[in-house]
Design a protein around this ligand. Structure first.
Ligand code: AR6
Length: 170
C-alpha cells in the first residue's frame, strides 16, 4: 500500500510519530529553529548523546531516541546552506540525499511513520519553492524502497509552506 503523504501546519516537536527529522547542523551542535525546539522537547539527554557522535557527512542521517519528545526517534540530517560556496547542482543533490537517507534510516529501523520539517528553508536560506520540490520528489523516490513506511508528514511551520506543499501534492 502506498504511504500517505500529509501536511501538518504546526510544530514538529509536538508530533507523536515513530520519527521526526531534525534540521541539524553538520556538527550536531545545539541550534535554533527546529533543532532548538526538538532539543527542548527531548530534554538534555539528547544533547549529551549528540556530543558523543561524529559530525554528519553531507546527506548523512543518524538516528537517536526521542527521549522526552513525543516522537519515538529523532533522525538528524544537515541541509546544505543555500548561500554557501559551491555549485547549485551539488547543493540540490545534498538536500535530496538528506530526505532519502532519512527515509532509508527510518525504514532500516522498521519505523512506519516519519515527519519532516522544511529542511534548509530557515537559517540555511533555501528558497521555499525549490526546497519543497526537492522534498516531495525525493521522499516519493525513497518510499519505493521503504515499504514499511505508511505515513510521511510534511510539517510546515508557516502557512505559506503548507499552501505550497498542498499545491504540489494535489
Ligand atoms: N516546527 C516545525 N518547523 C519549524 C519549527 C518548528 N518548531 N521552527 C522553525 N520551523 P531551521 P535550517 C521551520 O532554521 O534552515 C539550526 O539551528 C522554519 O520556518 O530550523 O535547515 C541548525 O543548528 C523553516 O521553514 O533549519 C542549523 O545550523 C524550517 O523549519 C540550521 O539552523 C527550517 O528552519 C539549520 O537551518
Amino acid at each position: 500500500m502506498a504511504a500517505r503523504l500529509d501536511i501538518v501546519l504546526g510544530r514538529i516537536e509536538q508530533l507523536a510519530l515513530d520519527a521526526v527529522v531534525n534540521a541539524a547542523n553538520r556538527h550536531l551542535l545545539p541550534g535554533a529553529g527546529v533543532d532548538g525546539a526538538l532539543r527542548r522537547a527531548a530534554g538534555p539527554e539528547l544533547t549529551r548523546l549528540t556530543e558523543t557522535l561524529q559530525p554528519l557527512a553531507p546527506g548523512e542521517a543518524i538516528i537517536t531516541p526521542g527521549f522526552d519528545a513525543p516522537a519515538k526517534h529523532i533522525i538528524h540530517v544537515a541541509a546544505p546552506m543555500w548561500f554557501a560556496d559551491g555549485g547549485e547542482d551539488d547543493k540540490i543533490a545534498e538536500l535530496a540525499a538528506c530526505y532519502r537517507s532519512a527515509i532509508a534510516t527510518a525504514h532500516a529501523h522498521g519505523l512506519a511513520t516519519i515527519g519532516f520539517p522544511c529542511l534548509g528553508t530557515g537559517i540555511y536560506g533555501w528558497p521555499a519553492e525549490s526546497a519543497c520540490d526537492i522534498a516531495i520528489e525525493n521522499v516519493r523516490a525513497a518510499l519505493t524502497q521503504a515499504h514499511n513506511i505508511n505515513r510521511v508528514v510534511f510539517c510546515c511551520f508557516l502557512q505559506s509552506d503548507a499552501d505550497l506543499y498542498a499545491a504540489r501534492l494535489n
